[in-house]
Structure formats: structure tokens, C-alpha cells
Design a binder for this molecule. Structure first.
Ligand SMILES: [Cu+2]
Length: 300
């Protein structure tokens, strides 16, 4: 009975580990800014922090796979070599100093190998290099307010687009992913350090952009912060990541990364409080980028 159970278990664990080895892919090689159907791994990284998160993730994944395979190997060996038929008189050994030292020291070494890049990453996430731009994001039930305190102090609300909004945007040839596209995107210049100060007006929310490796709680009455330096133009989506009520799933965040000239023009339009003009600038930039990407992929 025990033997049969052990046999079943080893097959199950073998299948599990094979599945793990096949499906746990390196974090890279995904689309940036939004999830795609059938996606495995994470969204592509476009900031220094996100690159570090991905390499750390890969390192830990390889260590996990190695440990799982090693333990499986030991188990299969023990089941084979010490089965009742092959080993009718079991050894009564209870201590082996060498093995005990190895199984104490080896995990310590593995933990140190994990801890060093982990602390480095933590330090990078909270290093806050000198900002070129500061944005303040305030979470509300269920939308975001984004303010630009060092650009004249204007602010606007960001709501998710409903199905009519999506249709309207797609009719203009723009991409508008469902449950992610918003009416007023956050706009930032490419290759600039952006600090995002985050707070909430009612309950806990969380400002998150996976491709930036940015994820920080929005706490009422407190100011938290994250930073990013986006290396590539485009639009990067994220969602509120702290359960905040019935419409928690419907308060996405969209950050549009544009060149400096487009950003300056957008800032001017926002300062004049001309929302239509500001959105027209962004939509033009989005269409330009789309056609540039098309040309680039056709050339490949
Ligand atoms: Cu939420």
C-alpha cells in the first residue's frame, strides 16, 4: 500500500516538475504594457527596476527548478535503492555529521545567493534618483486623479472607457484594450526619471504598472512613492492592485510615454485646461507610433 502510494506520488511529482520546467519560462519575451491571450511569464520590462525584477525572477525560478529536480532525484533513488525487496534489513543509522553539516550549510549558501540580488533590487526600487518630473496619483472609489505639481499644478481624473468609449477610440484607428483603456492617460517623457507620489482619498488602492515594475499602495492620509524611467515610447497599462470595493477591477491606469516635444505640447494644452487639444496631441502621438512600429516590423 505504502509502496503504491509512493509510486503514485513520484509519478505525480515528476509530471508536476516536468510541467514546471516546460511552463515556467524566463520572464522576458512578452508584450510590453499589457497582457496578451495565453501569456506565460511577465509583461516585458521597460524600466531599470523592471529589468532587475525580471532577472531576479529568473534567478529564483532556476534555483527552484534545480532544488525540485534534486529532491525528486533523491526520492526516486531512495524509493529504488531502499525498497523492501532490495533492502530487507534497513540501516538503523540516525546521525551522519557530514550530511548534517551539508544540509545546514547548503541552504544558507542558497539563501545568501538569493538575498544579495534581492537587497540590491530593493535598494534600486527605493533609490529615487533625482526626478525630472513628479506626478501625484490619488486613488478614489473608483477612479484615479493625476496631478502634475511641478508643471503648473493641473490635475485630471482618469476613468476607464466604457464600451462606447472603446468603439469611438477604435474607430479612430487607436488601440483600446477592454478594461484597460482610459479617458485621460498619464503622459510622461521617454528616458526621464519620474516620481509618482501616491495617496488615496477614501480607502486603500494601489498604483501599479507591471512593465515599469511599479507597484505601491495608495493609503488615505499617507504619501507613498514609486519611480520609473521608461526607456521606450508606448502606452503601459496597469490596474488598481488593492481590493477597494465593487468597481476595483474597473479603475485601470494608463501611462503614455512620448518624446519630449510631444510631452511639452501636451503640458501646454493641459496648462490651458484644453482637454480636447491635450487628448488630440496624445492620439496623434499614438497613431504616429503605431505607423512607425508597423514600418519597423515590416522591415524586419
Ligand atoms: Cu482597487
Amino acid at each position: 500500500m505504502v509502496k503504491r502510494l509512493l509510486g503514485t506520488w513520484s509519478w505525480a511529482s515528476l509530471a508536476g516538475i516536468l510541467a514546471l520546467a516546460m511552463f515556467v519560462l524566463p520572464a522576458s519575451a512578452q508584450v510590453a504594457g499589457q497582457p496578451v491571450d495565453g501569456q506565460l511569464g511577465m509583461q516585458a520590462a521597460v524600466t531599470p527596476v523592471a529589468h532587475s525584477i525580471h532577472s531576479f525572477y529568473d534567478l529564483v525560478t532556476y534555483i527552484i527548478i534545480a532544488i525540485a529536480l534534486f529532491v525528486l532525484g533523491l526520492m526516486v533513488y531512495a524509493m529504488y535503492a531502499f525498497s523492501e525487496s532490495r533492502n530487507p534489513t534497513p540501516s538503523r543509522t540516525t546521525h551522519n555529521t557530514l550530511i548534517e553539516v551539508i544540509w545546514t550549510v547548503l541552504p544558507i549558501i542558497i539563501l545568501v545567493i538569493i538575498a544579495v540580488p534581492s537587497f540590491k533590487l530593493l535598494h534600486l526600487q527605493f533609490s529615487y534618483p533625482k526626478p525630472d518630473l513628479t506626478i501625484k496619483a490619488t486613488g478614489h472609489q473608483w477612479y484615479w486623479t493625476h496631478a502634475y505639481p511641478d508643471q503648473g499644478g493641473f490635475e485630471f481624473d482618469t476613468y476607464m472607457l466604457d464600451s462606447d468609449g472603446l468603439k469611438e477610440r477604435r474607430a479612430k484607428g487607436l488601440d483600446a484594450p477592454r478594461n484597460l483603456a482610459v479617458d485621460n492617460e498619464v503622459v510622461v517623457p521617454v528616458n526621464k526619471v519620474v516620481h509618482v507620489l501616491v495617496t488615496a482619498g477614501d480607502v486603500l488602492h494601489n498604483w501599479t504598472i507591471p512593465s515599469f515594475g511599479s507597484k505601491i499602495d495608495a493609503v488615505p492620509g499617507r504619501l507613498t512613492a514609486t519611480w520609473f524611467k521608461a526607456e521606450k515610447e508606448g502606452v503601459y497599462y496597469g490596474q488598481c492592485s488593492e481590493l477597494c470595493g465593487v468597481n476595483h477591477a474597473f479603475m485601470p491606469i494608463a501611462v503614455r510615454v512620448v518624446d519630449q516635444a510631444t510631452f511639452d505640447a501636451w503640458i501646454e494644452a493641459r496648462k490651458e485646461d484644453d482637454e480636447d487639444k491635450a487628448n488630440a496631441i496624445i492620439q496623434k502621438a499614438a497613431l504616429d507610433l503605431k505607423s512607425r512600429n508597423k514600418v519597423a516590423s515590416a522591415a524586419d
